[in-house]
Design a protein around this ligand. Structure first.
Ligand code: NAD
Ligand code: GLY
Length: 359
């Protein structure tokens, strides 16, 4: 078992990483002082896999537990589904101190998180992430959101959970493509923050897919980095933006390809390769570093080449990104392994870079 703390004053919370912890959610919540009612928000697929374990543990700890399922998929990350969650929370007479347990991937975590943040102006939220992406990224840090027809994650709130329970064993049922996509976010932490971790990933690229100790170490390190960054800049005034390394290009690729064509992590892999290449082009880092990032992503089976999209489509998509501040195109760029920084780049330079397909 590995426990670490996200240090945010009185809103600090533990991340507990342990095989089998999915069976101990109830006893942990009881130990944390919760009692009475609880609600588990999940989807039908995850409920079938892990609902019994989590709900059983809550019932064994005497929680009067409701299970709230929402349909599986990003297209259901909407206010309409959150409204249906509110209805169920009201029916179950959930009160100010009744915990909402988000059981599933990032879609469930974001939606259940937003429902918990807003129902009765905030009830306790507990994250039980079951995809790699949600274990290393979305369950930690308090970003909750739903999508709007005008864009992804446009409606949301910063709302920290009371605890994050990560069971690496749950990844054994995850589709390999989902696992691989989550690994892209893991690579991101090595590039932006921790050179030794990047080297660990280079040495263990194949072993990660065994879902054993190597992957658990990768989850622990990723959570440690994310916790450190969030503790320094909870609401993304500055430092936290480095977690978006590869994402400005990645979101543009996702949008230009049509949502669903790429998994988010696959688009981020292309985006990280592009951001590294742009860093070289701007004379900020050595070419060898770009090549090294690409070699690792490739060894992990992740894409690194930009598909043949018109530069205009990518630029238009980037301008829509809420990470574009005041019209400037802000990128997380690479100095060396473990060291990145934010820099505005002129639209004309990005256009020339993308038109030359120098990614
Ligand atoms: P997801 O939640 O859609 O999960 C992917 C698929 O895996 C789903 O079909 C799900 O039902 C299934 N699944 C979940 N756990 C499983 C398991 N253990 N075994 C088998 N199948 C399982 O996708 P995701 O990649 O986890 O999350 C993507 C979402 O996360 C996006 O909506 C994105 O905006 C959001 N996100 C949020 C943050 C944040 O900081 N809040 C960060 C990154 C991404
Ligand atoms: N996934 C980026 C962040 O949490 O800030």
């Amino acid at each position: 078992m590995r426990t670490m703390q996200v240090e945010l004053g009185e809103r600090s919370y533990p991340i507990i990483i342990k095989n089998g912890i999915i069976n101990e959610v109830g006893s942990n919540l009881k130990e944390m002082g919760f009692s009475g009612r609880a609600a588990v928000v999940t989807n039908p697929l995850v409920e079938r896999l892990y609902g019994k374990a989590v709900v059983g543990s809550l019932k064994a700890a005497n929680f009067d537990t409701a299970v709230i399922t929402v349909p599986d998929g990003e297209e259901f990350k909407t206010l309409k589904e959150v409204s249906a969650i509110y209805d169920r929370l009201i029916n179950h007479r959930m009160e100010r101190l009744s915990p909402v347990v988000a059981l599933g991937g990032g879609v469930i975590g974001d939606m259940a998180g937003f429902a918990a943040a807003t129902y009765q102006r905030g009830v306790p939220l507990v994250q039980v992430p079951t995809t790699l992406l949600s274990q290393v990224d979305s369950s930690v840090g308090g970003k909750t959101a739903v999508n709007h027809p005008a864009g992804k994650n446009l409606i949301g709130a910063f709302y920290q959970p009371k605890a994050v329970f990560i069971d690496p064993d749950t990844l054994k049922t995850l589709d390999e493509r989902e696992l691989r996509a989550g690994i892209a976010e893991v690579v991101k932490y090595g590039v932006i923050w921790d050179k030794e971790f990047f080297e660990f990933l280079e040495a263990n690229a194949k072993a990660l897919f065994k879902c054993g100790v190597e992957l658990t170490h990768a989850i622990e390190t990723s959570c440690r980095v994310k916790a450190e960054v969030v503790a320094k800049d909870e609401t993304e005034k500055d430092l936290r933006a480095i977690l978006n390394f590869g994402h400005t290009f990645g979101h543009a690729v996702e949008k230009a390809a049509g949502y669903g064509a790429f998994r988010h992590g696959e688009a981020v892999a292309i985006g990280m390769a592009l951001a590294a290449r742009l860093s070289v082009k701007l004379g900020l880092c050595e070419k060898g570093l770009y090549e090294r990032v690409c070699v690792l992503l490739d060894a992990l089976g992740l894409p690194v080449s930009l598909p043949d999209f018109p530069a205009d489509a990518l630029i238009a998509a980037m301008k829509h990104d809420k990470k574009v501040v005041g019209g400037a195109m802000r990128f997380v760029l690479l100095k060396r392994l473990g060291k990145v920084f934010l820099q505005d780049v002129k639209e004309a330079d990005i256009r020339a870079f993308l038109s030359g397909k120098q990614g």
